[in-house]
Design a protein around this ligand. Structure first.
Ligand code: DQA
Length: 148
């Protein structure tokens, strides 16, 4: 069965209670459950992992190599700081879509820069939690396109 990895970075375990005006009311477990249900209907599976630690996210990316069709990754604050996560993405053969719940381009200036986006397949920002589903859809559609 084809599968995707959903990776969420620091503070995203607090979704639902963390700045709900910016990040919405849904908790991470609910987001993970909904996305898995969506993928299962398409015949794919989803494995989810959240960590507040940069090294654990790096390990998860390494372990994903050749194991997943793609990674849906919200690197949270590490987006703007982590050369190590960028290098991890560059080191593996799994396409990554960077997702941000909020519109990082309409917030503080430091959120406009992503060190990771240049080595990702694409970036989605500002659609709320729909962004995770949009990323999953992109992987599904790309897979169908490759089969044609
Ligand atoms: C975020 C945006 C980041 O700037 C921030 O540090 C987060 C969440 C988002 O999903 O909008 O923690 O990645």
């Amino acid at each position: 069965m084809k599968r995707l990895l959903l990776l969420n970075g620091p503070n995203l375990n607090l979704l639902g209670t963390r700045e709900p005006d910016i990040y919405g009311q849904s908790g991470l477990e609910e987001i993970e459950r909904d996305l898995q249900a969506f993928l299962i209907e398409e015949g794919w599976d989803l494995i989810s992992f959240q960590s507040n630690h940069e090294g654990e996210l790096i390990d998860a990316i390494h372990q994903a190599n050749h194991q997943y069709e793609g990674i849906i990754f919200n690197p949270a604050a590490y987006t703007h700081t982590s050369v190590a996560l960028r290098d991890a993405i560059s080191a593996v053969n799994v396409p990554v879509i960077e997702v941000h719940i909020s519109n990082v381009h309409s917030r503080e200036a430091f959120r406009r820069e992503s060190l990771l986006a240049p080595v990702c397949w694409g970036q989605i920002a500002g659609l709320g939690t729909i962004g995770y589903k949009a990323a999953a859809l992109a992987f599904l559609e790309e897979d169908k396109r490759k089969d044609d």
